[in-house]
Write a protein that binds this ligand. Structure first.
Ligand SMILES: [Zn+2]
Length: 277
């Protein structure tokens, strides 16, 4: 599951007495992580100071410590990686890079993107400054403060007579189906979002909403909040825009599924485990 490891200690400013070399989560401008294949598996740059002196960073953020080891996020302009190193997308690194490191990399990616896109005040246009007491950027002219942006998304697994509803969005790979999902709109509760999305996308009503779990999804700044629900009525009819196909699937007859890194996959996997019991 994509999450910060429990033993990660977030911080804004690096400690003054660093004893261990830092881990560097280095991203290219298009969001790929710098890694190297080593005998023990994939590894990240490890150094007390920025290890690629000839290669300037566009921005650096201190993240905190993992087992006492300082962690930095850095963004570099896109050009060739140093010899022996390559850039890889986080999705491609899932299960290949240590899970704790993937979790921190997700936060690093999200914070770099936020820092990059909030260089100027949204109110008055003056360049913003990084705050040292909290994870924020502030405008020195009008004092408007911006925090890392999070966009909540609800996700729901709808069950009916031993089967679940899975649907295809136009952007999905061929043959892949997933649970329904949608962004929370201003003024809505999570429950309202869920009922609205289900009605809009497939024309159904649901009942017995139950919270399942949540997960960060840093592409670029979502928080996935998953529920389960039961079918309550309505005729299955896709909207043809956000959803192009939808159907009920039994656990032994599932279509192609989303990445095991995703919340959707966990929701579907949980259904299969329950039905197998
Ligand atoms: Zn301002």
């Amino acid at each position: 599951m994509l999450m910060l490891p429990d033993d990660f200690q977030p911080a804004i400013l690096p400690p003054t007495d660093i004893e261990q070399p830092a881990r560097w989560f280095v991203f290219s401008t298009n969001g790929e992580l710098l890694i190297r294949f080593a005998e023990q598996g994939l590894e990240l740059p490890l150094a007390s100071i920025w290890p690629f002196a000839k290669w300037p960073t566009v921005r650096r953020l201190y993240l905190g410590t993992l087992h006492g080891q300082p962690c930095y996020a850095a963004e570099v302009d896109q050009f060739d990686a140093p010899p022996g190193w390559i850039f890889e997308g986080l999705r491609a690194l899932w299960t290949r890079l240590d899970e704790a490191l993937i979790g921190i990399a997700g936060q690093a990616l999200q914070l770099l993107e936020w820092d990059r896109s909030h260089q100027f005040c949204g109110r008055c246009g003056v360049p913003t400054e990084r705050r040292s007491a909290e994870r924020a950027r502030r405008c020195p002219a009008c004092e408007w403060t911006v925090y890392p942006r999070l966009s909540p998304v609800i996700m729901v697994r709808i069950a009916h007579e031993g089967r679940i509803l899975l649907a295809r969005a136009p952007r999905f790979a061929p043959g892949v189906y997933s649970v329904l999902a949608g962004f929370v709109e201003a003024g809505e509760t999570l429950e309202q979002t869920l009922h609205r999305e289900v009605a809009e996308e497939v024309g159904l009503r649901v009942q017995n909403l139950r919270y399942f779990a949540s997960q960060s999804w840093p592409f670029p700044h979502s928080l996935m909040i998953a529920f389960t629900a039961d079918y309550a009525g309505g005729e299955l009819q896709v909207d043809g825009r956000e959803i192009i196909e939808a159907d009920w699937f039994a656990p032994d007859d599932l279509p192609g599924l989303p990445s095991p890194m995703s919340m959707a996959w966990r929701l579907i996997q949980d259904f299969m485990t329950r039905e197998a019991d």
